[in-house]
Write a protein that binds this ligand. Sequence first.
Ligand code: PEP
Ligand code: MN
Length: 339
Amino acid sequence: MIIQLKEDISEKQKASLIQEVNEIGYKITEVKTQLGDYLIGIGKKDFDIRKIGQKEGIKDIHIVSDEYKLVSKKWKVKPTSIDLGDGVYIKDGDMAIIAGPCSIESEEQIRKVVSHLKENGIRMMRGGVFKPRTSPYAFRGMGIDGLKLWYNIARAEGIKIVTEVMQVSQIEEMYPYTDIYQVGARNTQNFNLLDELGKVDKAVMIKRGISGTIEELLQSAEYVFSGGNEKLILCERGIRTYERASRNTLDLNAVPILKSKSHLPVIVDPSHGIGIREFVPQMALAGVMAGADGIIYETHEVPEKAYSDGQQTLDFAQSARLADWIRKTFAMRKTFELL
Ligand code: PEP
Ligand code: MN
């Protein structure tokens, strides 16, 4: 159950409401977000909300029986729009393109990617400065100095920054230089990290866990939302299956399912999803047709020389073609949606 509280509810009204709902058989958690304040009730399922619906201080009340509640479409039908400022959005009915290298490597590399994005009208750049690597001997990123360097170059060109946060202690130091905190597939269920990101007033993109279910992804998003931050984006990046012919199995089923269950925007990462450069474009376009609100992919001037994930990284010519095709495919999808 979600009880939306009125802004002017008094502490006394709230206490009496909590007591009454507790007595009915619900365990209550208070949630304060940038959208408003809520009481989340867990417990009894067959309850007639008319019993308390008229009480003072209640704006609205909804029965949501899913394990995730605030990210569910059952109470918030209107899609959530992520406004990054300067006319850059990730939202339903739009097609966000986020491109950039797997890892931020050098000033020269950043400048080259930024000018490639500018030339192609791409307003969001991805790149890792804290890299989760399977081997401890692989390149693990330029760290905070790399992020500052990147920020100075990207900001001057009006490009937004999407970058992975790996641990709680990095949130604060990254804050001034980050537009979207990426939670990587290895951290989808790092609940301490999710709790802390709930306290931040910047967007968070949560990738699906390596062997995470759709429901688990939604519950991870619920951690951040119930912590107070509703600026959330869900990302399908492929899951680990028995199949070894591709790096991961890009589960495009997740796109319409997530869109039907949640009001949050959903984006697709075909680079990690298939892990094979020559097949990234078609999987990106399949993601667009599956209903994604955006695509995030890896690009580098010379993919063979990239410090990480070169095998799945597009060169700039391929990236320019793909950005164009993403837009064309999205325009075609929109004509289908009208049918
Ligand atoms: C990445 O985006 O480079 C990355 C490490 O992604 P994932 O967490 O999906 O593996
Ligand atoms: Mn990568």
